[in-house]
Design a protein around this ligand. Structure first.
Ligand SMILES: Nc1ncnc2c1ncn2[C@@H]1O[C@H](COP(=O)(O)OP(=O)(O)OP(=O)(O)O)[C@@H](O)[C@H]1O
Length: 642
């Protein structure tokens, strides 16, 4: 199918020219030779998934990898994209040079089979945010908008531009996922099953757009499941796999002729791709091995289309990856310094935009924010009412200890649970955006921590005000500030613990282990409280609980710093806990020290936050790492790989 036909068939084809002017690039050819991959089964035995296959995906071609389910299509594309699998660099060649993973990652993007975007933003907002990370920071908002409008029109999404992601259809979501990755026009784009779940006409539109992209010199490689005859017309290079080997690599129109070599005649009404896949499963006799041999497992290129047939506008492949100057003014500004790598946006800009995004997302997530506010205010009011007036009543002195413990428990739960609830879902699109180099993990992590600090400040002040004044603690501002300070630090420790669990565990596991670990902390914090004398060992055990330091901090804020005696009601003959020291002695906390509590809480916060960062990093970049990869990852995490 030529360019004219593509335009005639596509409602959005009129925009093809616009995209073409946006995206003419130097060609990148990907060649792989004798590629083998093993996965480890649960019983630690090795399972061969790719079996010495070879092949070539050229610039200017829309290449599709097809094959029966389980034949290794996703594994092959993951390996070529270096996504979660580390390929051997001497098996893969980029423009005839051994693969340099770092450089290749900067010019390639991957659209996953199961792709996610933040549900609380509209398509236009999602595109605008992506453009901030992906386009040159010097691009004006008008230039960004123009690029986005072009892409939205190209992908037929302009009518849904103001619809939130949570409300768009699956097909539209797929197209948005592809569109956001095309904002900075990657030279190579990998797509895992971009048409799965789409109806025939949407799948056709989607593939048509990819075809147009390839005609501008981009290298487009996708895996497809049972493509229809109509979809097949768009494919330039059909790479067919079976049992981890290559059984055909070439033009679609030559499939019938190729199968005739093995004595198979494709019925006229049959889809050649379906027939080919059926043949690979030995449905028409044991010909799998013959096909692999005939193709030399992907080394035979004689069935492939001629390169110049498809590459209409793109320059010849170059060992230097270079983006050419575009035709119109918009591109002149944006493309002269077209970003090959999203990390060209400075760390601070990434941080700023991510913080804006996270805060907006938090505000838009109405259910989460309402629950947070309600839980804080309701629980604080409930405790305040239950312990009303105990702050100055010596008869109820002991209740102040219970109040302190309950305050700590409420702070911990209300700060930790929302973080666990939001971290899990966030992982899904975080993984994709970090892999596709929108921003680096450290800037995201710092923005996330800042957003936690802001929400914890608001929640801590409101909760502590309710608790402090309902329970009629001394009307001294410094004491209130000290009390609020401990509530703030306790909530920060709890949110970092929530982040650690959310980053390391699955959502259900985190929601079980998180509260269970808090129960352990509560037990440890009160381990020897009722004893008159606490030994050093017992104290050490208690101090392993971060909640012990919160408890001591609150007791110090309320009962140290020359606190006046509590008032014994006239109805009582004697009040044992009129003096603050009496209460502290009774609960084994005579030597509580506010500064020590603050230091320990800060220490726990730093510890849990550092662990959460590494847990997040481990989860996002779980590919098996060599020492070279470690170096590269560290560079990425600190935005050093420019
Ligand atoms: N990490 C792994 N451990 C064990 N087996 C694996 C692993 N990854 C993939 N496999 C196996 O390798 C084979 C190929 O998997 P892959 O996902 O690449 O196939 P596919 O052709 O993309 O399948 P589908 O079309 O169904 O998505 C499958 O049998 C799969 O079970």
């Amino acid at each position: 199918m030529n360019e004219f036909e593509c335009r005639a068939l596509s409602p959005s084809a009129e925009h093809g020219n616009e995209l073409r002017s946006l995206s003419r690039v130097a060609g990148v050819n990907i060649k792989f030779v004798d590629l083998t991959h093993f996965a480890r089964n649960e019983d630690r035995t090795q399972k061969q998934i790719l079996n010495g296959l070879s092949g070539e995906f050229r610039a200017g071609e829309l290449s599709a990898i097809i094959g029966p389910s389980g034949s290794g299509k996703t594994t092959l594309i993951n390996l070529l994209a270096s996504y979660r699998i580390k390929p051997k660099t001497d098996n893969i060649f980029i423009n005839d040079r051994p693969l340099d993973r770092g450089k290749f990652r900067k010019i390639s993007r991957y659209v996953l089979q199961e792709d996610y975007l933040c549900p609380h933003f509209t398509i236009a907002e999602t595109m605008m945010m992506a453009s901030k990370f992906k386009l040159n920071p010097q691009c004006s908002p008008e230039q960004r908008s123009a690029t986005i409008t072009t892409l939205l029109q190209f992908f037929n999404l302009q009518d849904q531009a103001n619809t939130r992601i949570q409300n768009i259809s699956g097909g539209e979501l797929k197209r948005v996922c592809i569109a956001v990755e095309l904002i900075n026009k990657p030279v190579v784009i990998f797509l895992d099953e971009p048409t799965t779940g789409l109806d025939e006409s949407t799948a056709y539109q989607c593939l048509l757009q990819l075809k147009q992209l390839s005609q501008n010199g981009h290298t487009v490689i996708c895996t497809l499941h049972s493509p229809s005859s109509r979809l097949l017309q768009l494919i330039d290079n059909l790479y067919t796999m079976a049992e981890g080997q290559c059984v055909y690599q070439g033009a679609v129109q030559d499939v019938v002729q190729y199968l005739e070599l093995f004595g198979l005649k494709c019925p006229i009404s049959y889809n050649p791709a379906d027939f080919l896949i059926e043949a690979t499963t030995n449905a028409y006799g044991n010909i799998h091995d013959n096909m692999v041999r005939a193709m030399e497992n992907g080394k035979v290129l004689k069935w492939r289309p001629m390169p110049e047939k498809n590459l209409q506008n793109a320059p010849a492949p170059s060992s230097v990856i270079r983006l050419t100057l575009p035709a119109n003014n918009l591109d002149l500004v944006c493309d002269i310094e077209l970003k090959e790598d999203s990390t060209q946006t400075s760390w601070w800009l990434q941080y700023k935009w991510l913080l804006q995004r996270i805060l907006l997302q938090t505000v838009r997530d109405k259910i989460n924010i309402s629950l947070r506010i309600f839980a804080h205010l309701f629980l604080a009011s409930l405790i305040g009412v239950a312990y009303i007036g105990i702050g100055r009543n010596a008869y109820f002195g002991m209740y102040n200890y219970h109040l302190s413990m309950l305050t700590v428990v409420v702070c911990v739960f209300t700060a930790m649970c929302p973080v666990i609830a939001t971290t899990g879902p966030e992982m899904k699109y975080l993984q994709r955006q970090i892999y596709n180099q929108w921003y680096c993990l450290s800037s995201y992590f710092m923005a996330l921590l800042t957003s936690h600090v802001l929400s914890v400040i608001i929640m801590s002040i409101s909760a502590s005000a309710i608790l402090y004044f309902f329970t009629e603690q001394p009307m001294q501002f410094f004491r209130f500030a000290l009390f609020t300070g401990i509530i703030f630090l306790t909530s920060m420790v709890a949110s970092s613990l929530g982040l650690l669990f959310g980053a390391r565990l699955k959502l259900q596991q985190a929601f079980f282990i998180g509260p269970a670990s808090i129960a352990v902390f509560i037990i440890l914090a009160n381990y020897a409280t009722e004893r008159g004398h606490i030994s050093t060992l017992e104290r050490a055990i208690m101090y392993t609980s971060c909640l012990r330091h919160s408890l001591e901090g609150i007791l110090a804020a309320l009962f140290k710093f020359n606190r006046a005696d509590l008032i014994c009601p006239p109805t009582e003959f004697f009040c044992l806990m009129a003096k603050p020291q009496s209460l502290l002695r009774l609960v084994g906390s005579l030597d509580v020290d506010y500064n020590r509590s603050v230091l320990f809480l800060l220490g726990y916060y730093v510890l849990f936050t550092v662990l959460a960062y590494f847990a997040l990093r481990w989860r996002l970049m779980r590919a098996r790492v060599s020492h070279l990869q470690v170096k590269w990852y560290v560079g990425r995490c600190f935005c050093l790989n420019r």
